[in-house]
Design a protein around this ligand. Sequence first.
Ligand code: HEC
Length: 499
Amino acid sequence: MTDHHTFKRRTLLSKAYSYRYALLVLAVLLPLLPLIPLQNSKVPDTVFFLGRFHPLIVHFPIVLVGLALVFELLQKFQWVTISKVLQGFVLGIGLLGSLAALTMGMFLYATGEYSGDLVYAHLWGGILLSITFCVACYFFLENAKKERPIVHTSYLSFLIVANIALVYTSHQGGSLTHGADYLTEYMPSWTKPAAEEYHPKPLEEMLVYEDMIIPFMDKKCMSCHNSNKSKGGLVMTHYEGLLKGGKSGKPTLNPGSVDESELIQRVLLPEGHDDRMPPEGKSPLTAEEISIMEWWVAEGASTDLKLESARSDPKIEPFIADYLQRLEQQQKAKYMQEQALESMIVQVANDKKFQLGMDKYGDGKIALSMAFPPSSFEDKDLTELQPLFSQISKASLVASGISDDGLYHIGQMDGLKELYLQQTSIDGSGLVYLTELPNLQLLNLSKTRVDDGNLLHVLKMDSLEELYLNDTEVSKEVIEALKKNRPKLRVSLERGNFF
Ligand code: HEC
């Protein structure tokens, strides 16, 4: 019995063959999927419901796309014979599974519970997998009808690429659910890449402003002179801020003139003087630090000034050597501390209902998020994190089991800037605990039961800048009142993001 006969007699395969071009059309249309503006639209509950099936359904394509390749390889080495019908079946179900997983995945993406680079990479991996698998199926059907080496090779090639996309996509997906080091965590240590070592910047590349001045300003000045808290109207966290100066109107930095730069004059004032910087009780600049800053200002205060030129100037050279040595020690200590914190974070978070990561834009602080929404994370799980409270700058408790009482603990996270409470069952009575948070800038209450009365606590959140209230019971009148009382607060009826 030739394959030709098989093809004719097995109607399923020949039926599929008559639809083969649909596979190519699909392959062309799939890359358009991410253009659908899902993340900003209003999402019906069915989408949430279906989206949650994604993690379950993905296992079908994972097994079948892989199995199809295994069958082909076994066949190639003539270890087994697998009929076209069986292979067609594996491919067909695998294809349906991939498309279903992709659709559910898009639904899950639409809920806004996931976003970020990793999700995007995962989404594109899924699309690439579906495309290549569609094309592989197309060539399979062509080859089943009439065997030709070129068609067979095309089929195999696409099947292999689909499998590569499969491995990539599953890995990204696994990282989303379990954390990026899920696979390598228990890897024998000799296979792990060596921990990154501390590499100080080479001396030739060091800049006076960036590598010598900023580090001590950061420690001794910036806590009072940053964009959130700018005492005397002065922001020192960037160079433009120094040039702009503060409320007094006197130049803080006048390049080339030490006498006319308050930056220097204020630190030179005698101890006890009212205007001396930093103010009494804070650790003052050392003589070396002052000399370096003075020298830099006198030389024109350029941000490009290289450390090399300081080292060749006898006026300043003696201060530099010692300072550099101390600087390196400090930076190394800071680096080690960050590494230690990072590894502790990974340890605490492993096999828990939540994840902890570094909040890259939060000065090395911690971002707390749920492992896989809906998470069984509850109020009592929060207490476990107590030792880290002061370090947390972002907390996402989307779709978790947190209650209004749990907000009491969140109220102790002094450094918290962003709080995401979407899809929790809070009614807002616990918002009162958040009014003491000095840095809270973003609050997302979309899809909660928060009501007019409880929302009024928001008025006492002085640092709040963004508030999201999509799909809540809050009345228009209260929203208008909020906007009137707090003109700077951006109240949005959109869903708002999730990190
Ligand atoms: C504990 C908070 C705090 C720290 C730390 C601090 N400052 Fe200030 N700074 C203030 C306050 C408050 C003012 C406004 C009152 C004043 O002008 O004296 C001010 C004002 C200034 C001004 C004047 C701005 C203007 O109005 O033109 C300069 C310059 C300045 N600081 C430099 C520094 C430098 C340099 C450091 C670090 C060595 C520093 N400050 C550290 C609190 C601080």
